[in-house]
Structures are given as structure tokens and as C-alpha cells.
Design a protein around this ligand. Structure first.
Ligand code: ASP
Ligand code: MG
Length: 405
């Protein structure tokens, strides 16, 4: 007998039939004698629909009322899921985040969990119930409803698993697990039996969106081992856990391609102290996230100048140009070049720490495909290159074949 947290995302509870499927799956675990806490998201599309509804009333509703509104999405699902379990003659009780004892700070729409008091959950489980908890929500110390940021049901599940010391935490979604690459682009991509928290975080930040990053960070911090798996079949998924020795045997865990970046180059910026600080301070103040930065060595006679390139999220490109244009008089540069047609190709793996020649192999693979590298950045477990967007998918397949084929 195990204590299990099972989280079902929006598509997994997307219609009545799927909710009944969730109930049937839970029933199987109950039949084995397991205790089950179910965390559910809003039915797919519901949260977006509520946001749209609010905007039709006024452009900028208060965040307190947004939370009040968005929390109803998950509240609908918990009640329906409880009913689906009742229909199978199972005892089940639904709880809002607040009733489940999830306490947050008071930052509406992106609240952080501060504490969980699992008393109510434990007593309901002990009385023989399946407990169904609304994901994505909690309450402040003074009783206001809060939400945890988009995708926050993952965080609810991980945090609850830690608080009740669950034996198992399963994240059910519409994919079979975490893959070595996007199978829609790389036909040879494989499902990974396991992956470390750090690799999962790198892949998530690279756009391989399986789970909310914050929830993976939380799992890492509290050592919550979890499994990402499909609610549409019974295949085993991917176990996400702390790195183990043998994980380093594999050099590369995955390859990802981020098509959502744009590159800005400031040509001939004066090479003197304070220029980079000025540029990136202004960009930071505009709440624009910068990813890669490359500065060339100085060239030219007289006043030395250098080229400064960096990447931002594509939707931020216009905003970034405005910020840079406004700095022209102050710092002086020759021209600005913006390039939207780039892709960021990355390889990720903890094995990089103990294997040499990984970068060389990646660059050789790209060279033999005739793909030019525009920028390079590395971390301990990741190498990223900026390349021509049009060559991105072919380059991804070649790199995947070289390391994982
Ligand atoms: N319903 C929320 C959202 O769509 C939370 C979640 O699905 O995890 O962002
Ligand atoms: Mg979701």
C-alpha cells in the first residue's frame, strides 16, 4: 500500500469522458489498497477562456478579482472528478486549495506557496476517501484566494507530495514522458526512462515544455521524485530525480531547438567601461529577458569599437529596438541589426562534465551539414548555438543522430 499523488493536466480532464477515465485509473490504484490524492487542472481551454472573459469586462482587472475568477476553473474540475469517483462507488471528497491547507504569500496571480497544513487531507484519507485537490490555487494568511502562475497545478502536486511525504508522485499529461528531442521534428527521438532535475530544467527553459519550471525547481529543492507519464495509456513514463552516478555515462540526454529567439547586434559600439552595463540595465528595466550575449574584440584605429550581439524572446524584439534606439545618442553606435530568422540549438546532459570533446563533436556535425554558427554559449551541462532558422530542424536531426542516433 502506497500513498500516491496523481496530477492530471487540462487535456487529461478535457471532457466528461476523460474525467471518467481519470476516475477509472484512480479506482485501479484504490483497488490495490493505495491511498490517492488527486490534483487537477482546469479543463483544457477554460483558464484562457476566463482570462478572455475578464478582458471583455475591462482591460486591466484587479489581480485579486482575477484570482477569484481563475480559481473557478479548477473548482469545476474537482467537483466533477469527485462525482466521477462517486459514480464508481468510491468515497471521494474535493477540496479547494484553501481547504487543502495551501498557504501562500499575497502576490496575486503569481503567489508562492509558503506552507501546507495537510491535516484535513490526512484525516480524509484515513477515513477512506480519495482526496481531490484543486491545483494552481491557495489562500493568503488573511483568507484571500490566490493563484500560483500559469501551469501552477504542477507545483501544487509536487508541493503536496512533499508535504504529505507521498511514496509516489505521478504527473499525467498528454505526452508519454520526456523525449531525447521533439518527436515531431526528429523521428528517431526516444522516450527517456529517467532524467535529472537539472537536465529537465535546462530542457524546459529551452522550450521543451513538459512541466512548469518552478515545480521542477521545487522538486529538486525538496527531493521529490516524480514521474511524467501519459493519461491516455498505461506506458511507464519518465522518472525525474536527483542525478545518479550512472546518469553521467550518457553524454547527451536531449537536443532542443528554440525557434522563439531573435538576435540584435549593435555595430561599432565604443569600447569603454560602462557601455554594456548601460545597455543591459535599460533592457532589464524594460523587463526584457536576455539570453545569450556575445561581444567581439575591439577593432578600428583611434577610438576602439566593438560589436555587441544578444538574443531576446521574439515577441520582445520591437520593445528591445525601442530601448536601443533611445540609447543611441548617449552611447553612440553605428547601426543596429535585428535578425528574427534564428534558431537556438542546444544539447543537454550531465555527462558533459565527465566527457571531453562534446563541443567539438557538435560543431563538426554542424560543419558537415554546412550550417554556420552565429553565437555559442555553454554551461556545465549545456551547449547552445545560434544558427539560421531555415536550417534549424535539419541541424537538430543531424546533431541528434550524432549523439543519440
Ligand atoms: N489552469 C491553470 C493554467 O491553465 C493551471 C494549470 O493548468 O496548471 O495555467
Ligand atoms: Mg496546464
Amino acid at each position: 500500500m502506497a500513498l500516491i499523488v496523481q496530477k492530471f493536466g487540462g487535456t487529461s480532464v478535457g471532457n466528461p469522458e476523460r474525467i471518467k477515465n481519470v476516475a477509472r485509473r484512480v479506482a485501479r490504484y484504490r483497488a490495490q489498497g493505495d491511498q490517492v490524492v488527486v490534483v487537477v487542472s482546469a479543463m483544457s481551454g477554460v483558464t484562457d477562456g476566463l482570462i478572455k472573459l475578464a478582458r471583455e469586462i475591462m482591460p486591466l482587472p484587479t489581480e485579486r478579482e482575477m484570482d477569484m475568477l481563475l480559481a473557478t476553473g479548477e473548482q469545476t474540475t474537482i467537483a466533477l472528478t469527485a462525482m466521477a469517483l462517486h459514480a464508481l462507488d468510491l468515497a471521494a471528497v474535493s477540496l479547494t486549495g484553501s481547504q487543502a491547507g495551501i498557504l501562500t504569500d499575497d502576490v496575486h496571480t503569481k503567489a508562492k506557496i509558503q506552507d501546507i497544513d495537510p491535516k484535513e487531507i490526512h484525516s480524509l484519507l484515513d477515513a477512506g476517501n480519495v482526496v481531490i485537490v484543486a491545483g494552481f490555487q491557495g489562500r493568503t494568511a488573511d483568507g484571500r484566494i490566490t493563484t500560483l502562475g500559469r501551469g501552477g497545478s504542477d507545483l501544487t502536486a509536487i508541493a503536496l507530495a512533499a508535504a504529505i511525504k507521498a511514496d509516489l508522485c505521478q504527473i499525467y499529461t498528454d505526452v508519454d514522458g520526456v523525449y531525447t528531442a521533439d518527436p515531431r521534428i526528429v523521428p528517431g527521438a526516444r522516450k527517456l526512462p529517467e532524467i535529472s532535475y537539472d537536465e529537465m530544467l535546462e530542457l524546459a527553459s529551452l522550450g521543451a515544455k513538459v512541466m512548469q519550471s518552478r515545480s521542477v525547481e521545487f522538486a529538486k529543492k525538496f527531493g521529490v521524485v516524480f514521474e511524467v507519464r501519459s493519461s491516455l495509456n498505461d506506458n511507464p513514463g519518465t522518472i525525474v530525480k536527483e542525478e545518479t552516478q550512472n546518469m553521467e555515462d550518457v553524454v547527451i540526454r536531449g537536443v532542443s531547438l528554440d525557434k522563439n529567439q531573435a538576435k540584435i547586434t549593435l555595430v561599432a559600439v565604443p569600447d569603454r567601461p560602462g557601455v554594456a552595463a548601460r545597455v543591459f540595465k535599460a533592457i532589464g528595466e524594460a523587463a526584457i529577458n536576455v539570453d545569450m550575449i556575445v561581444q567581439n574584440i575591439s577593432h578600428g584605429s583611434g577610438q576602439p569599437a566593438t560589436d555587441l550581439s544578444f538574443t531576446v524572446d521574439k515577441p520582445d524584439l520591437l520593445k528591445t529596438r525601442k530601448v536601443i534606439d533611445a540609447l543611441r545618442g548617449e552611447i553612440g553606435y553605428e547601426e543596429v541589426i535585428a535578425d528574427e530568422n534564428i534558431g537556438k540549438l542546444s544539447i543537454v546532459g550531465v555527462g558533459m562534465r565527465s566527457h571531453s570533446g562534446v563541443a567539438a563533436k557538435m560543431f563538426e556535425t554542424l560543419a558537415s551539414e554546412g550550417v554556420n554558427i552565429g553565437m555559442i554559449s555553454t554551461s556545465e551541462i549545456k551547449i547552445s548555438v545560434v544558427i539560421d532558422l531555415a536550417r534549424g530542424e535539419a541541424a537538430m536531426r543531424a546533431v541528434h543522430a550524432a549523439f543519440l542516433g
